[in-house]
Design a binder for this molecule. Structure first.
Ligand code: FEO
Length: 135
């Protein structure tokens, strides 16, 4: 059973962003699946690496779009991205060196952060990015 389910509630109507958000959902589900089925550490670490890399790529895409559209909330939004990235990179290192394990609390943190971030912080830029692309 997936940990996080995509629905139209998450769709902004900005194709590049919607596609990337869906991919983040998929990667979180893949990581959850690896944990739930006790997949080996190397496989789990690969999925974790993919999630971290894709998250960084997505944040970069979003920040460039916000910058291009002179979105006033860019700095605050970027700070939120940086804080989350630092947290997951720290966990990624700890997981690899064996000082942390992947558990449901970590998965719940990822799920909750992504849902809250998309529905709160991300959603605020939608009118600006959509207006700009319509002009
Ligand atoms: Fe879609 Fe701000 O991350």
């Amino acid at each position: 059973m997936p940990l996080i389910v995509w629905s139209d509630d998450f769709r902004f109507g900005i194709e590049e962003i919607d596609t990337q958000h869906q991919q983040l959902f998929s990667l979180i589900n893949e990581l959850h699946d690896a944990m739930a089925h006790g997949k080996g550490k190397s496989i789990t670490a690969e999925v974790l690496d993919a999630l971290v890399s894709y998250t960084v790529k997505h944040f970069s895409t979003e920040e460039l779009l916000m910058q291009a559209h002179r979105y006033a909330g860019l700095w605050e939004h970027r700070a939120s991205h940086q804080k989350f990235t630092a947290t997951v990179v720290q966990f990624q290192k700890a997981y690899k060196d064996g000082s942390a394990t992947l558990n449901i609390d970590i998965m719940e943190f990822l799920r909750q952060w992504l849902v809250t971030h998309i529905q709160g912080t991300d959603r605020k830029y939608v009118p600006i990015l959509k207006d700009a692309s319509a002009n």
